[in-house]
Write a protein that binds this ligand. Structure first.
Ligand code: HEC
Ligand code: HEC
Length: 319
């Protein structure tokens, strides 16, 4: 149940704001408004009939929370804290996000959870490191964030203490994370593009926000900021220092030669058009995330990816 005053898609009203002509709406704006209303309807129909908890369970998969927040060994319970995430900035351990009151997030309010997901801040105001992809989740609708919380709070609490991150001294204070946020992060909710069809918008939402594909597929500068000029163009230094390929429509370095069916099949089963299976970090993205999506959502991702301009030549991190 949302408790913050701003509604989902809070940027939308500015689009429909009367501008003084023809009842405040020019024909173009009117079309835009109708299309946007249609999109919102489509977004809500994606989940028609599901309870918040069911919807939240789906979103937890689509958001890839499990890959990071669950340890691989059998002892570590689901979402009770993850394995080492080795980055260029140090080693991080995703914390326990089960509703255990002492070691998890069991005492958190809706506002606490929203602030973590949308603003990257802890309930006590301290800042999270952007290895927790709140930079992507900031785009989620409030409804979706609240459904995720409802699902997490429906799980059995697991008592498991968080592990401390292993960071160089200059990053070990959360003030460093705060400075990073100040410089490089603006919390912006996803705004559908009314000139595009619903599957494209759904795909953009899944790729940029929930599925945070750019966290691995977009290169970063030395300060860990993703390079917006090379979005999804391939990353020479992905998780564990491994290369991550270009997934734009570039026909040579990217997936420009893949059909929509091939992309959807890949996201479902991890099989490449040449019959090989994907490996590395992408296999857990497929296991924990995209294989659980509805066919319509995989189609939306394919639609969106195929619409992306081909990445310019550069390090597109092919092998
Ligand atoms: C790429 C790995 C990764 C993914 C994916 C990820 N997280 Fe996290 N998450 C982290 C890390 C690492 C932290 C700790 C950040 C810090 O200490 O600054 C964290 C912190 C959190 C916290 C704060 C918990 C606390 O005790 O302060 C919450 C809540 C959370 N994540 C929820 C989620 C949800 C929900 C999802 C899926 C929608 C998700 N995370 C996906 C890595 C991840
Ligand atoms: C945790 C990091 C990570 C995330 C998140 C991630 N990927 Fe990947 N992806 C990879 C890696 C690594 C590879 C290469 C795997 C290999 O070498 O077999 C890959 C490969 C791919 C390929 C195959 C490209 C090719 O030419 O072989 C596609 C398509 C793809 N990813 C799409 C996506 C989409 C869509 C998302 C978001 C829903 C996503 N990925 C999220 C790491 C990631």
């Amino acid at each position: 149940m949302p408790v913050l005053p701003c509604p989902p898609f809070r940027h939308l009203p500015t689009r429909c704001r009367p501008d003084g002509r023809i009842n405040g709406l020019t024909a173009r704006r009117l079309l835009g408004t109708v299309a946007t209303a249609g999109l919102l309807l489509v977004f809500s129909q994606v989940y028609a009939g599901a309870t918040d908890i069911e919807r939240g369970g789906y979103l937890v998969h689509a958001g890839g929370c499990i890959s990071c927040h669950t340890a691989d060994d059998e002892g570590g319970g689901p979402l009770a804290g993850g394995d080492a995430l080795v980055t260029a900035f140090g080693t991080f351990y995703a914390p326990n996000i089960t509703p255990d009151a002492e070691t998890g997030i069991g005492t958190w309010s809706d506002e606490d959870f929203l602030r973590a997901m949308h603003e990257g801040s802890r309930p006590d105001g301290a800042h999270y490191y952007p290895v927790f992809p709140y930079t992507a989740y900031a785009g989620l609708t409030i409804d979706d964030v609240m459904a995720i919380k409802a699902y997490l709070f429906s799980l059995p609490p697991i008592r498991q203490r968080n592990r401390a991150h292993e960071l160089p001294w200059y990053l070990s204070s959360r003030l460093a994370a705060g400075a990073w946020k100040l410089l490089f992060f603006t919390a912006e909710r996803f705004m559908p593009d009314a000139s595009r069809a619903a599957p494209w918008n759904r795909g953009a939402y899944l790729v940029h926000h929930l599925g945070h594909c750019g966290e691995c597929h977009t290169p970063r500068n030395v300060l860990g900021v993703t390079d917006s000029a090379r979005e999804l163009a391939g990353n020479p230094a992905g998780p564990d220092g491994k290369k991550v390929p270009d997934i734009t429509a570039n026909r040579d370095t990217g997936i420009g030669r893949w059909s929509a069916d091939e992309i959807e099949f890949f996201l479902e089963l991890g099989m490449l058009p040449d019959g090989d299976f994907t490996g590395g970090a992408m296999s857990s993205v497929i296991d924990d995330n995209t294989s659980h999506l509805s066919a319509a959502d995989r189609h939306a991702i394919a639609t969106y990816l195929r619409s992306l301009p081909a990445a310019p030549a550069g390090d597109n991190s092919g092998s």
